[in-house]
Design a protein around this ligand. Structure first.
Ligand SMILES: NC(=O)c1ccc[n+]([C@@H]2O[C@H](COP(=O)([O-])OP(=O)(O)OC[C@H]3O[C@@H](n4cnc5c(N)ncnc54)[C@H](O)[C@@H]3O)[C@@H](O)[C@H]2O)c1
Length: 278
């Protein structure tokens, strides 16, 4: 039997984390490096990605590098994987974390904004997964972890029609990739975080909503409805990704794992208290 302190190790595994310059991605990269993975911090903001990689190296004493990528651009994704493979070898582990969000009532939502969210969140996950599958299949092993959301399970708030649709699509990608790639020894899973005050979320809330949506009230309501009584923290996601990436999860594929303090356990609470049923 493999000792438990070896099961979660990722020593030398060539790893790409997208959107890792900040937020969840940076926390995921930090924990994966600590577990021994050879991580590339990939982000559309190359300077921030480099600073994050340098910080992780300083904190852990382990090598972590950075590379620019726009996950919604096919050539950019190909260039990222080519660069990683030529410097470190085939990719063992991909974390599809890059994602964007905004708030609009559907009647105000520009077509271009719906398309932008789908391009980055969904097409980006597809393009990176395709490159990873090409890298992993010849060796009959690999792991992909998608960062979805509680919105992959159910709509969490008004103003997120585009975002919730994109995260449901990532649920579909996760399950269908898990089925198609299982014969090649590749596992595909998703983490589904609850709301967290990442840099991106802070920008969204502090900029307010131009579209009639009270974002601060939404976020206060989330804490009140969360059984464990707080928002998600980036390190909650880093820890869960290490589990799914490691041999601790050797028999796990196709799951959408909520990391949400229990908020999905009580989806009918709002409905029951509305008076409609009484
Ligand atoms: N913050 C939350 O409440 C929350 C909850 C559930 C799920 N998520 C998901 O977690 C993921 C990370 O979100 P976050 O809150 O850390 O956001 P964030 O804005 O703090 O970080 C996102 C990172 O992605 C990068 N990025 C954006 N577009 C990109 C592109 N086209 N190519 C490459 N990189 C790109 C950004 O530069 C940034 O560094 C997203 O997929 C998001 O949907 C967030």
């Amino acid at each position: 039997m493999t000792p438990i302190d070896q099961l979660w190790r990722l020593d030398g595994r060539v790893t790409v984390v997208t959107g890792a310059a900040r937020g969840f991605g940076a926390a995921i990269a930090r924990r994966l490096v600590e577990a021994g993975a050879a991580v590339t911090v990939a982000d559309i903001r190359p300077d921030d990605a480099r600073l994050t990689a340098e910080r992780i190296t300083a904190e852990t004493g382990m090598v972590c590098d950075a590379h620019a990528v726009d996950v919604s651009d096919e050539d950019s994704v190909s260039a990222l994987f080519a660069a990683v493979e030529s410097s470190k070898g085939p990719v063992d582990l991909l974390i599809n974390n890059a994602g964007v969000f905004s708030n609009y009532y559907v009647s105000d939502m520009p077509h271009a904004e719906f398309a932008r969210i789908m391009d980055i969140n969904v097409t980006g996950t597809f393009l990176c997964s395709r490159e990873a599958a090409r890298s992993m299949r010849p060796r009959g092993a690999g792991v992909i972890v998608n960062v979805a959301s509680v919105d992959a399970h159910a709509p969490s708030a008004e103003g997120l029609v585009h975002y919730t649709t994109s995260k449901h699509a990532i649920a579909g990608l996760t399950r269908s990739l898990a089925m198609e790639l299982a014969p090649d020894g590749i596992r595909v899973n998703a983490v589904c975080p609850g709301a967290a005050m990442t840099e991106g979320a802070i920008e969204l809330v502090s900029s307010g909503s131009d579209h009639g949506i009270d974002l601060e009230a939404q976020w206060d309501g989330i804490v009140q409805r969360t059984p464990l009584g707080r928002l998600c923290r980036p390190d909650d996601i880093g820890r869960a990704v290490v589990y799914l990436a490691s041999d601790m999860a050797e028999f796990v594929t196709g799951v959408l794992l909520p990391i949400d303090g229990g908020i999905l356990v009580q989806p009918l609470e709002g409905y029951v208290s509305s008076g409609v049923s009484g």
